[in-house]
Design a protein around this ligand. Sequence first.
Ligand SMILES: *Cc1c(COP(=O)(O)O)cnc(C)c1O
Length: 457
Amino acid sequence: MAKNNEIPYKIYLTESEMPEAWYNFRADMEKKPAPLLDPKTHQPATLDMLSQVFCRELAEQELNDTDRYIPIPQEIRDFYRMSRPSPLVRAYCLEKQLGTPAKIYYKFEGNNTSGSHKLNSAIAQAYYAKKQGLKGVTTETGAGQWGTALSMACSYFDLDCKVFMVKVSYEQKPFRREVMRTYGASVTPSPSETTEIGKKILAEHPGTGGSLGCAVSEAVECAVTNEGYRYVLGSVLNQVVLHQSVIGLETKAALEKYGIKPDVIIGCAGGGSNLGGLIAPFVGERLRGEADYRLLAVEPASCPSLTRGKYAYDYADTGMICPLAKMYTIGADYIPAPNHAGGLRYHGMNTALSELHAQGILEAVSYQQTEVFAAAEQFARIEGILPAPESSHAIRAAIDEAMKCKETGEEKTIVFGLTGTGYFDLAGYAKYNDGELQNYVPTDEELAKSLAKLPQV
Ligand SMILES: *Cc1c(COP(=O)(O)O)cnc(C)c1O
């Protein structure tokens, strides 16, 4: 085993050390996540039902909770090679600045043009769509990370990509929009005149800036009314967590190269895909009783599904077309405060992660956005990388864990996921720098109001 001072600043794997299969931790769960339900009949979703919404192979992956490993097709591995393996970085400079005996590592997923981990699943979803002979896919995007990743993936496999982008973002955040268009996607500000639901909303609310829910409805309508199209999602689903397991498998392989055993593994949590992917192989060891890691989800205090939500069936999408999922949720109706700049706005959490939280295997904390941006600033100044606000939730928690180690003198090893860069999130940084970022914590009454609208199952 190498000594700590021999560990390089960046641990790189070689291309041949990249995983050949995704790891499906559901296979190792004794108590499985609750099944998805058909939104109309409330019966467990079948392969045939899911195949109308998703590509067939993706639907199979969604339902597969028995196969530990699912081979990564060579075409996807070829694409992964352009920006993978991603580095695992030892945060030597941050450790020194904090004066902590803890050792901090982060897995950096921002070194690709889309700027985040979302590309890991976008390329897989585009590949299976192409293989099935589809013409294209539709999706919605708020700030644009998922839309950007999906347009890159679609252009690689020569698939059409139709993105409905919330109108205010389309107008106020033109940069990701232009990346998407450069990669050949059509980007439509939502609500639009191109769908029935869009026309209806425009007639009722002329001049509206749109919302994510409205963009979802348009994307879904566009997919079901156009032959050869499917609607795709960039988080929440088990298939997405499965694809993201490439993050955790690489992290574990890199740590093992130097005989490092982590104590705490931390990820930010929106719908749960990067977190689920990062912790996947470590969860597996815990479930099989081979190791004991602390696993920590970090979410915004303004959108607190794991820390304050209810474990119940809810709509996975605001368009109510996807199956119902049993998850920690604050209600599909819940809309975070408009001044929320930190991302991670999803109302629920992946079903498998929800079940792990219910079993006490996955812990959760929440932070206010000014604390999160303060951690982002501190990290940027000492480690060089400008982090995405979403990723900065994990940075905040990692710094706090390291500071606890300073008090106790424990030499813990902390690993966190740095999911993306903040280059396209400078409007949020501007607000922080101008002192205009406000914290918002929903009251119990507010949460109760959206929770009252959960479907009766
Ligand atoms: C979308 C996104 C997230 C949150 O999504 P998860 O599915 O919870 O991983 C986190 N970080 C970045 C940079 C993102 O773009």
